[in-house]
Design a protein around this ligand. Structure first.
Ligand SMILES: [Fe+2]
Ligand SMILES: [Fe+2]
Length: 474
């Protein structure tokens, strides 16, 4: 169980290490200062119906209550230690899992933790303004739940930095509060986390696509030979599942509402559909193309010696590493990777160790494809002849083998000029953003009411009815 009587709730026996406890208690006000500046706008006094973990077991989520977000019990929760756990891959395979940072991997491991940690506050910053235009109290509560949990994920990474990396770790923990999403001088580390999230369609797309990248990165780190990292990531994954649920059902409900209106009014032309105050399926496809492609970049270069090193050193595994049936060393294995040669996309086999980013990206794409087909079912059930598609992997990429090439969603290699001519048929134009924004000019704050552009969910949170007062504004 988690001890909530301490200033910093934790299950790591923080009270036993006074120096560490003091360092974290010193960081805590800085975190709260960051939350007050960069957390959800104007939300300080809201009472929000939030869940708080009461134990680190998968079913440890029983506690729901009204909380003011600045008083949320952010803390440090690790999955319990398994004394028999080993390093399960790479050159150290078979050794007992490390309880301390191996000296030779110290800076690499710190970099991995900082990069993961940096995404957590970034998404809160990206979503800061959205509470002002929420489509319902249910959705408002959900975004706040996501935001406080991203705050806790930051705590998780900061704990590791403070506990295992001494002074450099403390400096990195401060820097995590200093960078700002989209800032020109001091931006967040990864590209997708500097893109704006201007509206709720973008938010749901983000939580579907980009939080799922979070899931896959956490899954790979949950395999780490550095046991404290593995254990903290396992707990974070239980929270991530809710974020992806919010994204998938959010987009699904928007599609459902659009389809209802299209069917009822027997309309198909995007401008007619828009005139009825819902988001046309073409625009939804463009948002999908955008969020999918910028998220694919987060996996890094298709061929990467860093990825090989992370694996060989036992720091970052593959998706479901221990369930895979191979030697977990990969010295003699190959993996297919695509690249553009002479205007053609060709696939070649490269050493599997260097292709681990690509492999994780492919695992991610499989799961994404399943989600998109669930959205498609909503359209099919309405009898509307529209197909949502995932664009080609090379479309709109800025990192890896496709960077600098101009690939259409269908996977044709185009000239820059030809690509630019079609750009806004494929990704949202400023006018598309303007339209979506126009639907979301104010917030819907009456219990049980939903904005016209989104269908209500199937059920409420924690068995509460849909007209429950999920947020009290005071
Ligand atoms: Fe997170
Ligand atoms: Fe998340």
């Amino acid at each position: 169980m988690i001890n909530y009587t301490e200033k910093i709730p934790n299950n790591v026996d923080l009270g036993r290490d006074r120096v560490l406890q003091r360092a974290l208690e010193h960081w805590q006000p800085a975190f709260l200062g960051w939350w007050s500046d960069m957390g959800p706008t104007e939300s300080r006094n809201y009472d929000v119906y939030l869940r708080t973990a009461i134990s680190v077991e998968p079913d440890g989520w029983a506690q729901f209550d009204y909380i003011k977000m600045p008083e949320y019990r952010w803390g440090i929760f690790l999955q319990p230690r398994d004394e028999r756990r080993q390093v399960n891959f790479g050159t150290h395979k078979g050794q007992p899992a490390w309880q301390d940072v191996p000296g030779e991997y110290r800076s690499t491991l710190r970099r991995i933790i900082v990069t993961q940690g940096d995404t957590e506050p970034a998404s809160v910053e990206q979503q800061k303004m959205l509470g002002l235009s929420c489509p319902s109290l249910y959705d408002l509560r959900n975004i706040f739940q996501v935001n406080v949990e991203e705050g806790r994920h930051l705590w998780a990474m900061v704990y590791l930095l403070h506990r295992y990396f001494g002074r450099d770790g403390r400096e990195e923990a401060e820097a995590l509060l200093a960078r700002r999403s989209g800032d020109t001088d001091n931006p967040r580390i990864l590209g997708a986390f500097n893109e704006p999230t201007p509206d709720w369609l973008a938010f749901y797309m983000f939580t579907f696509f980009t939080d799922r990248d979070g899931k896959f990165q956490l899954c790979a780190l949950a395999e780490s030979g550095f046991d404290p990292l593995a254990r903290t990531c396992r707990f974070m994954l239980t929270e991530e599942a809710h974020h992806m649920f919010v994204g998938e059902t959010g987009v699904g409900r928007i599609i459902q509402r659009t389809c209802e209106v299209m069917k009822e009014k027997k309309l198909e032309t995007p401008s007619d559909v828009r005139a009825l105050g819902v988001i046309d399926l073409q625009t939804i496809q463009k948002y999908l193309n955008f969020h999918y492609s910028v998220t694919l970049d987060l996996y890094g270069s298709d061929v990467s010696s860093n990825a090989a090193n992370y694996f060989t050193s036992g720091l970052k595994g593959r998706f479901r590493e221990t369930k895979l049936e191979d030697d977990h060393v990969l010295i003699d294995a190959f993996y297919p990777v695509s690249e553009v040669v002479g205007g053609q996309i060709v696939t070649k086999n490269v050493p599997a160790l260097t292709a681990l980013n690509e492999r994780l990206r492919d695992d991610y794409i499989d799961e994404i494809a399943d989600g998109v087909s669930r959205w498609q079912r909503v359209i099919d059930q309405a009898g509307i002849p529209f197909r949502l598609t995932l664009p080609h992997k090379g479309f709109h990429r800025e990192i890896g083998n496709f960077a600098g090439h101009f690939i259409s969603p269908e996977g044709e290699v185009l000239t820059e000029e030809a690509w630019k001519k079609h750009e806004f048929e494929w990704v949202p134009s400023p006018k598309d953003y303007e339209f979506v924004q126009s639907l979301m000019s104010g917030r819907v704050a009456e219990p049980g009411k939903f904005a016209n552009w989104i269908a209500p969910p199937l059920r409420g949170v924690n068995n509460q009815p849909l007209n429950f007062e999920y947020v009290r504004f005071n």
